[in-house]
Design a binder for this molecule. Structure first.
Ligand code: SF4
Length: 77
C-alpha cells in the first residue's frame, strides 16, 4: 500500500500519487496513459494529472491494481 508521506514531490497535487517505492516498471503508464507518465528525472513514474472524468478514475484504479509494488495511492490531498 502506498504511503502518502513518501509521495514524490513531482506528482500533481490531489488524491492520486506515486510514492518512492516505485520500481519504474511502467505498467501503470499502460493502464492510465492520460494521467501517469515518466518523471522528468527519468527514474520513476508520477501522476501528472488527476482524474477529470469517470474513465480516467477507472484507469487509475486499474493502475493501482496492476502496480506490482503497491506504489500508487488514492489517499492524497
Ligand atoms: S506500476 Fe508501480 S512500480 Fe511500476 S512504474 Fe507504475 S508506480 Fe512504479
Amino acid at each position: 500500500m502506498a504511503d502518502v508521506s513518501e509521495r514524490y514531490e513531482d506528482n500533481a497535487p490531489g488524491k492520486h500519487y506515486i510514492d518512492k517505492t516505485c520500481a519504474f516498471c511502467s505498467v501503470c503508464i499502460d493502464e492510465a496513459p492520460d494521467n501517469i507518465k515518466e518523471s522528468d528525472d527519468g527514474d520513476h513514474c508520477i501522476v501528472f494529472k488527476q482524474a477529470s472524468n469517470d474513465a480516467e478514475a477507472e484507469s487509475l484504479k486499474n493502475a493501482i491494481d496492476a502496480c506490482p509494488t503497491g506504489s500508487i495511492g488514492d489517499d492524497g490531498e
